[in-house]
Ligand binder design. Sequence first.
Ligand code: SAM
Length: 347
Amino acid sequence: MQSAVFAKARRYVKDRNAASPPIRQHVSTPVVRSPLKWAGGKRQLLAALRPWFPREFTRYVEPFLGSGAVFFDLASSGQLEGRSAVLADVNRDLIGCYTMLRDRAEDVIAVLSELAARHKHEGSRLYYEIRDEHFNPARAAGESATPALAAMLIYLNRTGYNGLYRLNRRGGFNVPAGRYTEPRICDAEHLRAVSAVLRRPGVTLEWSSFDAVLAGAGDGDFVYCDPPYAPLSATASFAHYTAGGFGPADQQRLQQTVAGAARRGAAVLLSNSSAPLIEELYRSADARDAGLRLHRVPARRAINAKGDARGVVEELVVTNLRARTDVIPAPRMLRAGLRPATARRLA
Ligand SMILES: C[S@@+](CC[C@H](N)C(=O)[O-])C[C@H]1O[C@@H](n2cnc3c(N)ncnc32)[C@H](O)[C@@H]1O
């Protein structure tokens, strides 16, 4: 009796797998997460984004890299095997940090483990010393990619307020210290794994604005754009990842650039807030003409100004791709408040 039940269950699983092979099947790549926390990082939204990852492409292009949640997810699930990747961001410290992790991981780890040891005794005093007496002066002197700067960025990211990266108008990094009892500052094995992912053949890092990166995008490319989100109301302010910010004119330029890439044959996926400006830009005849369609996805986000309360909000996904039906949203999406029917529709 029991064996009949098991046989039935095995048959069910076999049929189900045959109908919708999971994305990780036959893939033995270890899961490597980003070494950085990042405001607007897409780790929480991966389950909603994965159904749109295309099966066929030759080059992956991510012009707003940040912590690279989507890149690390693609690499960890074997979807970049035999494919190249262009990873870019306008943040020089960030690209310098990834470059140093790629090329001089052991030197970065050496400095970072020293900072981690000191932080245990000195706490936020060390944070301000590193920020004001070493990190900002080195940047002001024009340094960009050194193991020390990379280690300092990781240190400030792991111990600063909410892992934010924020610049004042003069370009100085001005995030205050965070309140963590035992922050995980240096995980050497993990940083070595990140280094190995970045050293894969065909992966390139560029310190560049999105326009230059997307100018050549077209047929065979999978382009994922995650720009600074447009604010949901006129009173909310734009995210200041850069000293200049990312305003409505930038969002409009991005829409034009993305539509251009889609017309040249690129598979495009873009995430943004559900601000009226973004709806207007991507519901326009111009965007529709380029094959772009807008979808709403639920996301867990900070819902108050201090960022310490979280709730489910709607965000937008713009794409010329069709959602795959073989990628099932993670259970966390269901726990985030999605009704099962909505979850099925998203899958
Ligand atoms: C929402 S974050 C990206 C988050 C990323 N997807 C992740 O998972 O962490 C937006 C990024 O765009 C970058 N950025 C801002 N203006 C830019 C521009 N003009 N060109 C390229 N990158 C830009 C910021 O430095 C920031 O890292």
